[in-house]
Each structure stands twice: as structure tokens, then as C-alpha cells.
Design a protein around this ligand. Structure first.
Ligand SMILES: N[C@@H](CCC(=O)N[C@@H](CS)C(=O)NCC(=O)O)C(=O)O
Length: 219
């Protein structure tokens, strides 16, 4: 399977790009893949006109499974899990819960986590900076119940690690400043538990090597 990933990136994006979640899923599911590296310039991928034929919005990641092209990281992760029969249960209701938590991560949490990423990057006086505390407060609405839930179970859907956990962990990584998460020790431990998995460590090492950056700089 081909996977379109970044092979160069501005430093502020090291470790935060969505190709990581796709590679992590491939690794966990035992799906061999051929990374197709794309350079990310100052305009993102908007100048890469050739790529529009593959990804309508010229974004990473994209997979090409023997001619079947799929974009959108959430859709890709669920497809890889369904294809391999790993990181997702076999029964319909169990699969629906994995879809639910994947969508919650992308639709409830990421829309507020990502502006915090930009606020911390651009500073207090930037438009994102001015809204930062508002975004932190909104996240509390999701993090308080999640914190309670994770006191009693290791992963989102219970005892099994699924693609929903890959999605949420990668979304949590967007919150660079640990102070936002410090009120939520169970969420912090959850993130660490997921990031300690050998597949994640392997993927992040390969990511750093592909970008030609020092080991540890994308952690
Ligand atoms: N909703 C998309 C977002 C993909 C996305 O924003 N990718 C970023 C990298 S993390 C990208 O390709 N940026 C370059 C650009 O937009 O030009 C997904 O989850 O796959």
C-alpha cells in the first residue's frame, strides 16, 4: 500500500502532522506500506498541483491501496482497521463505538485542541492567542468526563486499544503545553500509555529519520 507522507517540514510542525496517525495504524495492523514523501514548503502543499489528482484538498495523509485512493485521516484509520481486522472489534456495535470515539476525537476535541496549538505558536496577542482560554474551557467539557472514564478503563472503548485511541492520542499531542492537561492526570497517563507502544516509537523514529532530524525532536 502506498502512503503519502511528509519528507520535509518546517520545524514547528515536527511531530504534529497527520501522516503519523496513518503510519502508526499501518504498523499496529501489520500492513506493509511504501511511504511516498512530499516536501512541505511555506505554502503547505498548495503549490503541489500534481497532488490534487490524488488528494482533492492537497493534504497529507492519503493512501493508495492498489489503485483505491482514500483521503481524510479518520477515514483512513477506520479503513485500515476494517481491512486488517485489527484495532477494531468484529461485531457491529463494537465497531460503531470505535467509529463514535474516532469522530468524537476529530469532531469534539480536535476543533478546540488545534487552535491551542496555533495560539501557543503565534503568541498571546495573535487572534488564536486571544481565544486560547476560551478553547481550554471548552475542552474541559470533554476532558472532565473523559478523565473520570479513564480512571476505570485503559482505553476509550474499554480494555482494548483501537484506532480511536490512535486518533485521540494524536489529537492530544496537538496540545503542546502540558499545563492544559495537568488537571487531568488520567488523560496524561492514557496518552503516555498509548505513546509507549512499540509501534508508535518505531513510527516516530522512522518519521524523524525521513525528515532528517535528530531523534527525539518530534516527540
Ligand atoms: N482533515 C484532514 C486534514 C489533513 C491536514 O490538514 N493535513 C495537513 C498536515 S497535518 C496538510 O496536509 N497540510 C498542508 C496543506 O494543507 O497545504 C485529515 O484529517 O486528513
Amino acid at each position: 500500500m502506498k502512503l503519502y507522507v511528509f519528507k520535509s517540514l518546517p520545524p514547528f510542525l515536527w511531530g504534529y502532522t497527520r501522516d503519523i496517525r496513518a503510519m502508526w495504524t499501518m504498523e499496529e495492523c501489520g500492513i506493509p506500506y511504501e511511504p511516498i514523501g512530499i516536501d512541505c514548503g511555506p505554502n503547505g502543499l498548495q503549490d503541489e498541483t500534481w497532488y490534487e489528482k490524488i488528494n482533492l484538498f492537497k493534504q497529507v495523509p492519503t493512501i493508495d491501496d492498489d489503485g483505491f485512493i482514500l483521503t481524510e485521516s479518520g477515514a483512513i484509520l477506520l479503513y485500515l482497521a476494517e481491512k486488517s481486522g485489527k484495532l477494531i472489534p468484529a461485531d457491529l456495535k463494537g465497531r460503531a463505538q470505535v467509529t463514535r470515539w474516532t469522530i468524537t476525537s476529530l469532531n469534539n476535541i480536535e476543533p478546540f485542541a488545534l487552535p491551542i496549538f496555533f495560539a501557543d505558536l503565534q503568541g498571546e496577542e495573535s487572534p488564536h492567542g486571544k481565544l486560547r482560554s476560551w478553547h481550554v474551557d471548552i475542552l474541559a467539557r470533554f476532558f472532565v468526563p473523559l478523565e473520570k472514564m479513564l480512571a476505570n478503563q485503559p482505553f476509550l472503548t474499554g480494555t482494548e486499544f483501537t484506532v480511536a485511541d490512535i486518533t485521540l492520542t494524536c489529537v492530544l499531542r496537538e496540545i503542546r503545553k502540558t499545563e492544559v492537561l495537568s488537571e487531568y492526570p488520567n488523560i496524561v497517563k492514557y496518552r503516555q500509555r498509548c505513546e509507549e507502544r512499540p509501534a508508535f516509537v518505531k513510527v516516530l523514529n522512522a518519521y524523524e529519520d525521513r525528515l532528517g532530524i535528530e531523534r527525539g525532536s518530534a516527540r
